[in-house]
Ligand binder design. Structure first.
Ligand code: P6P
Length: 342
């Protein structure tokens, strides 16, 4: 049994709020509004976590019977998570526009003529939600932009900025513990929710992703529809050569956030490539690929669409998709070699 923390050690713990205030000075002209936005997101995360931990009891498993904008079955928890984040952002007053996987159109906030907040938030409220009823980890992903100067009443066009313009990005993994990881462009830090005190506690300071790893994540069921270079890369990772550390291991959870989080900490590569049915892959640029690409690059990793940086893609639609190769830099670069046919 590990000894519990002493009162002194508990007293030395740093909460997310303390961390945010300490780091506020990293942003020129910081007024505190961005800090309050991160706090608002963390409040919603705590509430969604509460729902998640009792999903089986409060009968919120399963589908709503609706189909979302992507033609996918919407889970009860998808909608509940969406509503909690919209409620927290609306109440917080720092956000002027929300784009969500669960809503076909962008959602203006403070529509009563107020100037509204300065920030745009793009959300995947609950990624991998079909895993919920089998008790496999899922997550929330968020991306933050500033409303462009002089834009006027926020519309979806204000959100269609390339990933390099993000001022913040993060995710919450509802797993064996609930962890919030985010970046504002000054490194990546992770916070574990302590349910006893209801606070996110700094548990993973200054996360750096290993240059390479022993694991790769891809749905190999689609193997026959992958392009030839990718099929060769997968066979290369499966070669038997113990001295060189092969074969690598496949880990595919069915929840992008969870696979990404493991690869971020241990090293590894997640791929959702184009396939015969989905030429642009399955993952959405604005609220899945871009935020995790920002985090990957801030942690020393890489994120591409198989050719160029995800963060440099100029978006055209709120829900557009992109192929994704994300994780340890050397593994992304090796994938590119095979895709180019080097
Ligand atoms: P497939 C969940 O629906 C998701 O968007 C990612 O979280 C996950 O990695 C992927 O799709 C799973 O998709 O086609 O392999 O079942």
């Amino acid at each position: 049994m590990l000894p519990d923390l002493t009162a002194q050690e508990i007293g030395d713990l740093k909460t997310l709020e303390q961390f945010i205030i300490e780091r506020q000075d990293e942003h020129a002209h910081s007024t505190g509004s961005f800090s309050r936005l991160i706090r608002d997101l963390s409040v919603a995360a705590k509430i969604v976590n509460w729902h998640m931990r009792r999903a089986g009891i409060s009968n919120i498993f399963g589908a709503t019977g609706e189909i979302n904008v992507h033609g996918e079955v919407q889970q009860v928890m998808d909608l509940r998570a969406h509503n909690e984040f919209v409620r927290a952002l609306r109440r917080g007053g720092e956000c002027c526009l929300i784009g969500s996987e669960e809503h076909s159109e962008a959602i203006p906030i403070n529509t009563n003529g107020d100037s509204g907040g300065d920030y745009i938030v793009l959300l995947d409220p609950l990624d991998g939600s079909s895993n919920i009823e089998v008790n496999v980890s899922v997550g929330t992903i968020f991306s933050i932009y500033r409303l462009p100067e002089g834009f006027g009443t926020p519309t979806v066009e204000a959100a269609l900025q390339p990933g390099v313009k993000q001022v913040g990005a993060g995710y919450i993994v509802y797993g064996s513990s609930t962890i919030l990881v985010y970046t504002t462009g000054h490194g990546v830090n992770g916070f574990t929710l302590d349910p006893a005190i209801g606070e996110f506690i700094l548990s993973h300071p200054d996360i750096r992703i290993p240059r390479t790893g022993k694991m790769y994540s891809i749905n190999e069921g689609n193997y026959n529809s992958f392009e030839p270079g990718l099929r060769k890369y997968i066979k290369w990772m499966q070669q038997v050569d113990a001295e060189k550390g092969f074969p690598l291991s496949t880990r595919y959870i069915g929840s992008f956030v969870s696979d990404f989080h493991r690869n971020l900490l241990k090293g590894g590569l997640y791929m959702y490539p184009s396939t015969k049915d989905n030429k642009q892959g399955k993952l959405r640029l604005m609220y899945e690929a871009n935020p995790l690409a920002f985090i990957a690059e801030q942690a020393g990793g890489a994120a591409t669409d198989g050719k160029g940086r995800i963060l440099e893609i100029q978006p055209e639609k709120l829900h557009q998709r992109t192929p994704v190769y994300i994780g340890s830099k050397d593994m992304v670069e090796k994938a590119h070699e095979f895709l180019r046919g080097d």
